[in-house]
Design a protein around this ligand. Structure first.
Ligand code: FES
Length: 163
């Protein structure tokens, strides 16, 4: 098949002249631009919601925490502590720059691995750059006898849960 200067062959058996070719090319470009615009507006108009886990933690049966224990729940970043005065929970997040602390039973203290802050088991600062003690968290006993902690509510220090 021969072609003139202004004729384009798109596929075998179909011949487009220059005007048809550029019309279809333009319409295709507009379609791509319209699809991109629709995708942008769909994303813009969709609710921007974060699905965060509940701040309330069920720490399980109270007898899991014997007298003298300091238990770190890594998933919730809280300590559950049982001393003679009662139960309480602490945030395990260092008040300096937010590192996860760790209980060191051999030193009888909570230590931050990042910059060396140290806290006693009541969360009071012993050493290091941390500006505040570890926050105490609202702790209560459920009707089923399980320790519950609300990580979103801090309470004054030394408010023990007595059972
Ligand atoms: S983050 Fe804990 S001491 Fe810096």
């Amino acid at each position: 098949m021969t072609t003139t200067k202004d004729t384009y062959i798109v596929q075998e058996g179909a011949v487009l002249d220059r005007r048809e070719f550029f019309t279809k090319l333009g319409l295709g470009s507009l379609g791509v631009a319209a699809a991109g615009t629709l995708a942008f507006y769909y994303q813009y108009l969709s609710p921007n919601v974060l699905f965060e886990p509940s701040p309330i933690v069920n720490a399980g049966a109270i007898d899991r925490y014997p007298l003298g224990s300091v238990t770190l729940d890594v998933n919730s970043a809280i300590y559950l502590v049982h001393i003679a005065r009662g139960y309480f929970s602490l945030s395990a997040i260092c008040t300096h720059l937010g590192c996860m602390t760790a209980w060191k039973p051999e030193l009888n203290m909570i230590a931050c691995p990042c910059h060396g802050s140290r806290f006693n088991r009541e969360g009071q600062k012993l050493a290091g750059p941390a500006p505040r003690p570890l926050p105490w968290l609202k702790t209560w006993l459920s009707d089923e006898g399980e320790l519950m902690v609300d990580r979103s509510i801090t309470i004054p220090q030394f408010q023990f849960l007595r059972v």
